[in-house]
Design a protein around this ligand. Structure first.
Ligand code: XIL
Length: 614
C-alpha cells in the first residue's frame, strides 16, 4: 500500500471503531431491575472508552488523521476527550467493605427501611455499614400520629434487627417542621401546653429507647433558607417559622435538647440541617451550637446532612468543617450523604458522568479523612440508587442491582480517584432555545407556544422535594416570554415573604454576563399562582406583565419581560427558572431549579442556563 492508501484505510478503520464504541457506550440505564453486563461488579471491568476518546488505529498514530466528524453522544457533559481509565488498577483495593476501610476514621452508616432486612440487600448492608438511621419510621408523624398513641411496631422491628446484627442505631428525628403530623405543636393552646406536647413526644420516643439508641437528631432543619447571621450574632433571628417557634418561642431548640437529655441521658444529641456546606448557613449553625454549648445546653454535635451534587463546592465543605472545629467539645456527623450527578435525569448516566461522581466522592472523603478526629460518623442516605429519595440523579454507591458503581471504588480508593479529572468540577450549563413568537399574556396556551420546547424544573435545592414543573421560553423584538406549568396539589400564599409563597421565578441575564453577580440588566421576576408579581433585583419593573391560572394539577403562569437589548435570532442570554413550593401552613418546603444547584444561585448568573433566541 502506498502512503495515501494507508492513510485512507486507517481513517476508515478509525471511523468504524468510533461508531462501534459509540453504540457500546450508549447511556446506561441503571434504574431498572435487570442485571446488565455493563455494570457487573468485577474488578476486571474493561476500560470504557467513550465516543469522544480518540481511538488509536493501525498502522501508526502519526499517520492517522483524527476523524473530524466523530459522533458525540447528545448528553455528553463536555466535548473534551475522555481519558481511558485504568479500571483494573482503580478497583484494586485492600479492603473488602466500606466499614473496614474506615474503621480507623469514623462510623459508616446507611438508612434503615424494610428492604435491608432480607436477601442480598441485607448481606450488602451488613457487610458495609456500622450504623443505621431510620429513613422515615421514627419521624414524629410516624411515632405519634394520634396524640398519646405511640406506634412502636416498626421501630421495635428495627431495634431487634440492629441488635441481632450488631448494628448501632442513630435516631431521626424529634423536633422538625416537616413530617410531624397535624397536631403536635400546632394544637397547643399556649406555650406550657406546647412544651408538654414536646416533652411527652420526646419521652415517648427517645425515652422509650433510652440506652438502646446511640445518638439522636434532636432538632432538624431549624434555620430559615436564605438567612444570614446578623452583625450582633443573634442566631435566633435566623430561625424558620415553625409550629414550635409559634407555640413555644425561639427557645424551643434548647428546650428540646434539655428534654432529650432528660429522656435519654446517655444518648449523643445532634442539631441536624441541610446546606451546611454553604458559608452563610454554616455560620448560623455554628453560632447556634456554640452559644448553646457555652450555656451548658446538652448538645454534642452538628449533623451536616450532605445532600450534595457533583458541583457542590468542596472548598466550602472544608471551610464549614474548619468552622465547626472551633466549637469546643462539638463533634460533626455527616448524617444524610448523597451526591446527585449534576445534569442527569431518570437515573441514567454515562461512563464519564459516573466517573465525575466518583471523583467528587473521592475528594469529599479525603476531606472527611483529614477531619477524622472531628467526624464521628458518615451516613449515606441509602445505598442503592433506585430506592434513593433522589433516584433521578443516581446519587449513591450501588446501582439497582447492587453492583458497586465507580463511586464505591472511589470511596475505598480515595487517592487514586481524587487525582483524576479536572481540579474543579464545573456546573453543567444547559443549552436551551427560545422560539420566536408573540403570545397573549392571559394564562391561556396560545398556539405559538407549541413551537417552544418544555424544559424540566426538577433540581431540588432544599432538603425536601416538592412541586416541580416545566417552562417554555419565547421571544420577539419587544419581550422575553416564559410559560411555567407547575404541578402542585396544595396552593398557599400565606407567607409574608413572597418567595415563600407558591410561585415561579424567571431569572434573565440578557447580556449572558455569566458573572457571579448581577450586571445592570440581570433580573429576578416572581409571580405567584394568583398573578401577584414581585421582584428580586431587577433593572426595571416597567412593562413586566404576568397572568396565572389554576389547572387541574397545579397552576400555569405566563410572564413577559420587556427586551432591554436589541433582540435578534442567534442572541444568547442567561436564563433560569425556579418553583417555590409552600405547604398548607404557608411554610416554603421546597425550591426546584432548572439549571442552578445551590440555594444561593439566585444571586449568581454564572449558574444559570444559556438560551439561544431562534
Ligand atoms: C426524606 C426521606 O428520604 C423520604 O423518603 C421522605 O419522603 C422525605 O424525607 N432531610 C431529612 C430527612 O432530615 O428526613 C429527609 O428524608 C431528607 C431531607
Amino acid at each position: 500500500m502506498n502512503k495515501t492508501v494507508r492513510i485512507v484505510v486507517a481513517w476508515l478503520l478509525a471511523a468504524i471503531l468510533v461508531m462501534g464504541l459509540t453504540a457500546c457506550n450508549s447511556t446506561k440505564d441503571n434504574s431498572g431491575d435487570t442485571p446488565t453486563s455493563t455494570t457487573a461488579p468485577t474488578d476486571t471491568k474493561a476500560p470504557e472508552p467513550t465516543a469522544t476518546s480518540t481511538p488509536v488505529p493501525e498502522p501508526t498514530a502519526t499517520e492517522t488523521p483524527t476523524p473530524t466528524n466523530t459522533p458525540t453522544p447528545t448528553n455528553s457533559p463536555s466535548p473534551t476527550p475522555t481519558p481511558a481509565y485504568d479500571y483494573e488498577t482503580l478497583h484494586k483495593t485492600e479492603y473488602t467493605s466500606l466499614k473496614e476501610a474506615y474503621k480507623d476514621y469514623f462510623l459508616i452508616g446507611t438508612i434503615y427501611t424494610n428492604i435491608i432486612t432480607s436477601g442480598k440487600d441485607k448481606d450488602l448492608v451488613l457487610a458495609n455499614y456500622d450504623i443505621i438511621t431510620p429513613e422515615n419510621l421514627m419521624k414524629p408523624e410516624e411515632m405519634q400520629r394520634v396524640q398519646g398513641t405511640f406506634k412502636y411496631t416498626e421501630s421495635d422491628k428495627m431495634m431487634a434487627y440492629a441488635q441481632d446484627n450488631g448494628l448501632i442505631v442513630h435516631g431521626h428525628t424529634l423536633a422538625w417542621h416537616s413530617q410531624s403530623g397535624n397536631w403536635l405543636g400546632t394544637s397547643a393552646k399556649d406555650r406550657e401546653e406546647a412544651i408538654e406536647q414536646l416533652r411527652a413526644h420526646i419521652n415517648g420516643v427517645a425515652g422509650h429507647y433510652a440506652g438502646q439508641i446511640y445518638s439522636w437528631d434532636v432538632v432538624n432543619e431549624a434555620i430559615r433558607d436564605g438567612a444570614t447571621l446578623p452583625a450582633d450574632g443573634d442566631w435566633t433571628k435566623c430561625l424558620r417559622e415553625t409550629q414550635w417557634t409559634k407555640s413555644i418561642g425561639l427557645d424551643y431548640i434548647e428546650i428540646a435538647f434539655q428534654l432529650a437529655h432528660e429522656a435519654a441521658p446517655d444518648a449523643k444529641l445532634y442539631y441536624n440541617d441541610y446546606n451546611l456546606d454553604q458559608p452563610a448557613k454554616a455560620k448560623i449553625a455554628a453560632a447556634m451550637v456554640a452559644d448553646m454549648k457555652s450555656r451548658g445546653i446538652p448538645i454534642d454535635g452538628i449533623g451536616m446532612q450532605g445532600h450534595y451534587s457533583t458541583t457542590t463546592s468542596l472548598d466550602n465543605v472544608r471551610k464549614s468543617l474548619d468552622m465547626f472545629r472551633k466549637i469546643d467539645g462539638i463533634k460533626v456527623s455527616v448524617s444524610e450523604l448523597d451526591v446527585q450527578i449534576n445534569g442527569i435525569s431518570k437515573g441514567k448516566y454515562d461512563g464519564e458522568q459516573e466517573m465525575t461522581q466518583a471523583i467528587f466522592y473521592a475528594r469529599l472523603f479525603n476531606i472527611y479523612k483529614e477531619n477524622a478526629d472531628l467526624i464521628e460518623r458518615v451516613t449515606f442516605w441509602g445505598y442503592k440508587d433506585n430506592t434513593s429519595w433522589r433516584a433521578e440523579s443516581a446519587p449513591l454507591l450501588f446501582d439497582a442491582n447492587l453492583n458497586p458503581k465507580e463511586a464505591y471504588y472511589a470511596v475505598l480508593n480515595t487517592d487514586a480517584y481524587a487525582a483524576l479529572g479536572p481540579q474543579e468540577i464545573k456546573l453543567t450549563t444547559k443549552k436551551l432555545e427560545a422560539a420566536k413568537g408573540t403570545p397573549v399574556i392571559d394564562g391561556e396556551v396560545d398556539d405559538c407556544w407549541s413551537s417552544a420546547t418544555a424544559y424540566e424544573i426538577n433540581i431540588p435545592i432544599m432538603a425536601s422535594q416538592g412541586a416541580s414543573g416545566t417552562v417554555k421560553y419565547m421571544w420577539d423584538e419587544n419581550n422575553f416570554y416564559a410559560l411555567f406549568d407547575v404541578k402542585d396539589g396544595v396552593l398557599n400564599k400565606d407567607n409574608s415573604n413572597t418567595y415563600e409563597q407558591d410561585s415561579i421565578e424567571l431569572f434573565l441575564d440578557p447580556n449572558n454576563c455569566k458573572d457571579s453577580t448581577y450586571d445592570k440588566l440581570c433580573g429576578q421576576y416572581r409571580c405567584n399562582y394568583e398573578s401577584s408579581l414581585s421582584y428580586g433585583t431587577v433593572p426595571s419593573r416597567d412593562g413586566v406583565t404576568a397572568q396565572a391560572v389554576k389547572t387541574g394539577t397545579g397552576y400555569r403562569v405566563e410572564i413577559a419581560v420587556p427586551m432591554l437589548i436589541e433582540a435578534k435570532a442567534g442572541v444568547v442570554m442567561g436564563v433560569d427558572g425556579h418553583i417555590n413550593d409552600a405547604n398548607d401552613k404557608g411554610a416554603r418546603i421546597s425550591v426546584m431549579k432548572l439549571n442552578a444547584t445551590q440555594d444561593s444561585d439566585y444571586t449568581n448568573p454564572s449558574a444559570w442556563a444559556e438560551i439561544t433566541l431562534k
